[in-house]
Design a protein around this ligand. Structure first.
Ligand SMILES: *[C@@H]1O[C@H](CO)[C@@H](O)[C@H](O)[C@H]1NC(C)=O
Ligand SMILES: *[C@@H]1O[C@H](CO)[C@@H](O)[C@H](O)[C@H]1NC(C)=O
Length: 198
C-alpha cells in the first residue's frame, strides 16, 4: 500500500513538472532564449527541421529574434541554392545527348524560373521590414505565391525525367533538386508563419 502511494506521488510529481515545463516554454519563446534557440524553435515548425536549423543557425547574428529576418534569410538561401543548381544543370545539359539532353535543358529553364520566383520572394520579404497595415498582409501573401511557384517549377523539372532512362546525370539532378525543394519548403513554412505571428 505504501509502495502504491509512493508511485502515485512520483507520477503526480513528474506530471506536474512536465506541465510546468510546457507552461514555461510557451511563456518564454524569446525572452529567456538566445537567437540560436529562437531559430531552433522556428525551424521545429518546418518539414525539415534539421536542415532548417543547420542551414540557418549560422545567420543568428543577422536574424536575432526576428521571424521576418529569418524568413528573409531562408528565402535568400533558397535563391542562392537555386542559382547554383540551375548553373550545374545547364552545364550538364550542354554535354548530354539524346532524350536526356532535352530533359536537362527543360529542367535548367524551370530552375531559372524558380530562381526568378525566389528573387521576387526575397524582394517582398525585404520590403516587409518597413511595412505597416495592409501592406504587410499583401507582401506576405505575395511572398507565399512566389515561393509556391518556385516549388512548382522544381517539381516540373524532376517530372521531366520520369520517362528518361536511369543515368548518373538523371540521379545527380534529381538528388540536387530534391535537396533544393527541401530548402524551398522550409522557406515557405517560415514565410507562412509570418501570417500568424509577427
Ligand atoms: C544559446 O543557447 C544554446 C543552447 O541553449 C547554448 O549552447 C549557447 O551557448 C547559447 N549562446 C549564447 C550566446 O548564449
Ligand atoms: C543574400 O545572399 C547574398 C549572397 O547570395 C548575400 O550577399 C546577402 O547578404 C544575403 N542577404 C540576406 C538578407 O541574407
Amino acid at each position: 500500500m505504501k509502495m502504491v502511494v509512493g508511485y502515485a506521488y512520483v507520477f503526480f510529481f513528474v506530471f506536474l513538472a512536465s506541465a510546468m515545463n510546457a507552461a514555461l516554454s510557451e511563456e518564454t519563446p524569446s525572452a529567456g532564449s538566445n537567437s540560436t534557440e529562437f531559430i531552433r524553435k522556428c525551424c521545429a515548425t518546418t518539414l525539415y527541421p534539421g536542415l532548417c536549423y543547420t542551414s540557418l543557425s549560422g545567420y543568428a547574428n543577422e536574424v536575432q529574434q526576428s521571424t521576418v529576418e529569418l524568413a528573409h534569410v531562408a528565402a535568400n538561401l533558397t535563391l542562392a541554392r537555386l542559382r547554383s543548381t540551375a548553373f550545374h544543370v545547364a552545364a550538364l545539359g550542354r554535354s548530354a545527348t539524346g532524350p536526356e539532353r532535352g530533359a536537362l535543358r527543360d529542367c535548367s529553364e524551370q530552375l531559372d524560373d524558380a530562381a526568378e520566383w525566389a528573387r521576387h520572394t526575397v524582394a517582398e520579404l525585404k520590403g516587409l521590414h518597413g511595412a505597416v497595415g495592409p501592406e504587410v498582409e499583401l507582401r506576405v501573401s505575395n511572398a507565399l505565391t512566389w515561393m509556391s511557384a518556385a516549388l512548382t517549377s522544381e517539381d516540373t523539372c524532376t517530372d521531366g525525367f520520369l520517362m528518361v532512362a536511369a543515368s548518373s546525370a538523371k540521379a545527380d539532378v534529381c538528388h540536387r533538386v530534391r535537396k533544393v525543394e527541401k530548402y524551398t519548403s522550409n522557406a515557405l513554412a517560415l514565410i507562412h508563419s509570418l501570417r500568424f505571428n509577427r
